[in-house]
Design a protein around this ligand. Structure first.
Ligand code: DX5
Ligand code: ZN
Length: 226
């Protein structure tokens, strides 16, 4: 079972982003948190900055849009040529249409759920998605503690994805560290966002490899015992 680690640049030094990207060459993608101070009570960066990050990053970009009016804005991120664009289900009026639009523009389509949003209403649209993001903290800030209450949702999402036959990655984001990543992997996640655990380390590239090793070990255990 291969697991992907996506460091979040929310915990990087925003004044030296290009150098900070160079410290995570072992990553599978770089996670870019876009916040608008409406959908979440925090503000980060928008289209022009993401466009520049995309231009200089050797690692593909995974944008996580914590913004209102996702139907309007998310396609513009796909137009930048990002590898994947994830919108929040709670911020989209027409998630099926939006997921199709993202794919049509060449990005993988991701949809995120806040911790209290159930996955069940969305199960019929799994085939429209390349990635389902189960938030493991309330979105808005890095450095929060992993919410164990999300593990049951990860398990239900994994069972539904496996049962559907659709190829949908299950991403987790928030509080992922060496002490929590195995729990999330055992529950069925296979893509892991980590901000403070990567950029807070002396060697972010080594931290990525350590996290991947832990996740893959736990994921193997899950597959063997199922
Ligand atoms: C939170 C963001 C996360 C955040 C994760 O709303 O979506 O991507 O950067 O940071 P850590 O890993 O520190 O919880
Ligand atoms: Zn995120």
């Amino acid at each position: 079972m291969s697991c992907c680690i996506h460091p979040s640049i929310l915990s990087a030094d925003f004044v030296n982003l290009e150098a900070e990207l160079g410290r995570i060459k072992t990553a599978d993608a770089v996670h870019v948190d876009v916040m608008d101070n409406h959908f979440v009570p925090n503000l980060t960066l928008g289209l022009p900055v993401v466009e520049r990050i995309q231009a200089v990053s050797a690692v593909p970009l995974d944008a996580h849009l914590m913004i209102a009016d996702a139907d309007r804005w998310a396609p513009l991120y796909a137009d930048l040529g990002l590898a994947s664009v994830t919108f929040h289900a709670e911020a989209a009026t027409a998630p099926v249409k939006l997921a199709r639009e993202l794919r049509a523009r060449g990005s993988k389509a991701g949809m995120a759920l806040r911790p209290a949003t159930a996955v069940e209403p969305y199960l019929d649209m799994l085939a429209e998605l390349d990635m389902l993001l189960v938030m493991t903290v309330e979105p808005g800030f890095g450095g929060q503690s992993f919410l164990d209450l999300t593990l049951r949702k990860i398990r239900r999402a994994r069972a539904a994805v496996d049962g559907s036959g659709a190829k949908v990655a299950i991403q987790v984001d928030g509080g992922i560290s060496a002490s929590t990543i195995e729990r999330a992997a055992e529950a069925g996640a296979d893509v892991f966002v980590a901000g403070s655990a990567v950029y807070g380390a002396d060697d972010p590239g080594a931290a990525v490899e350590q996290l991947r090793g832990l996740a893959e070990g736990a994921a193997r255990g899950r597959v063997q015992s199922s």
